[in-house]
Write a new protein. Structure first.
Length: 136
């Protein structure tokens, strides 16, 4: 049961952190190029900050567009543009982590039912995230 309690706490934490994060489509030329252009920066300006050549910045942009860039490089280029890299895993289809857990782990459903019974007796631990509301 302890494992389930820590899982419930982790799920609650993840759901609260990712509540406002929703996936967005990557710009056609990739994030690096889109941000650089939106900020009015040339490749040369970004390259100077990184102490690399403008063609290296172009290579980074191509690699990012092809999903072949490392997180470390993305972080460095973002910093060169006074940005911060944010990476998040969010559930697909606007689900919550609690819904995903319930879908994948029948014991989690049982744990939620137990928590509900205990709440009726004013003994709930309140460690579980709120029950997902059914879709209308």
């Amino acid at each position: 049961m302890n494992g389930h309690k820590s899982t419930a706490i982790a799920i609650n934490s993840l759901d609260s952190v990712t509540q406002a994060i929703r996936p967005v489509s990557r710009p056609i030329h990739g994030w690096l190029a889109a941000v650089r252009n939106a900020l009015g920066l040339s490749r040369a300006a970004v390259a100077a900050s990184l102490k690399v050549t403008p063609s290296a910045v172009q290579d980074y942009e191509k690699a990012e567009k092809a999903d072949a860039i490392t997180l470390a490089t993305l972080r460095r280029v973002a910093a060169a543009m006074d940005c911060e890299l944010v990476v998040a895993l969010v559930p697909k289809d606007a689900l919550t982590f609690a819904q995903l857990a319930a879908r994948r782990d029948p014991d989690f459903v049982h744990l939620r039912a137990t928590e509900h019974s205990m709440a009726l007796e004013a003994q709930a631990s309140h460690d579980l995230p709120p029950s997902p509301r059914p879709a209308p």
